[in-house]
Design a binder for this molecule. Sequence first.
Ligand code: UDP
Length: 356
Amino acid sequence: MRLLFLSTSVGPLGTGLGGGVELTLYNVALEMLRRQHQLTILAPMNSQMGNLPIVEVAGELQVPAQTQDRDVPVIMAGNSVLVNMCEYARKVQSEYDLIVNFAYDWLPCFLTRFYNIPIAHVISMGSLSQAMDTIVGEIVQEFPGTIGVCTKVQAETFTFAKDCKVLGSGIDLSLYNYCETPENQLAWVARIAPEKGLEDAVAAAQILGIPLKIFGKIQDQEYWEKILRDYPDAPIEYVGFLSTTALQAQLGKCRGMLMTPRWVEAFGNVAIEALACGVPVIAYRRGGPIEIVRDGETGFLVEPDSVDALVDAINNLDKINRYYCRKQAEEEYSLPAWGDRMEQWFKNILTADKRR
Ligand code: UDP
């Protein structure tokens, strides 16, 4: 297949601004190249990801949907990178079989009707915006099978849940080393933004006096500074936004990873990255982690928004056999297995497309 990937338009690839979509796109790209498909990636200026074939497109970044109210109208900057990527795709479409859209945005969904080649939409978040819900709902009726999501619980945030293709996720397990003997410290890995609920993890670490290492891009500086003001004595260390290699080396040495999302996490790439290192995941029983964590076996699913429940689970971490965590990652989240599902999804869309 000749594939044209449309990256997220909220940040350059490699910066972390795009959240889990960056790793998702990277892994699908690697796997499709390994399978000898042709690939070009359209992404904002200053994108960089290994040796991937990226065409950098100029223009203003899109505002992330999760930072806006549900009912805001669709807004495009005068010189929008999303518009420019879509226009580029329109011009070169005859050289490709399929566009794979990773942008959680109205425009590429709407344009599905106007391109001459089909589009597979990888929807990376749950329902957040009325405009997006409406257009995706229409597209899934007109082009059945073209809307892909990560989990069932994510799909269920939309009225058209039954029409979504649930694809899961996968990672290159060879990049993550299993660590059997951690140090007495915890990890929290995510974009630092209100929907990730970092303050609860900090509060739990403070109650127990266990060091908490924080990894991830600071997306909301004010939110981060408020946490520092509210918990001046918490045993926390901000490590930064690390490469996968550096992240897994440090993450593996943690006794557990805390996932404290306030929103319905679509998946939670970090959960499978932790498991791959042998690190149990303690997560709120909400969104994607519900379908990942085996409660009591590879981590704990606890009452959402309860710091006490986090504390209880941390106190029980020693009951988890870290080897089971690694084993679950190997059984359920290998890159080739996920690649099979993605490749089959692309093929099905090509076969069903009536324009060809
Ligand atoms: N991440 C990273 N380095 C870090 C911290 C996080 O590369 O130091 C990546 C992590 O690998 C994951 C992403 O950031 O792919 C966070 O994605 P997730 O799906 O967990 O949440 P999202 O940000 O998409 O809501």
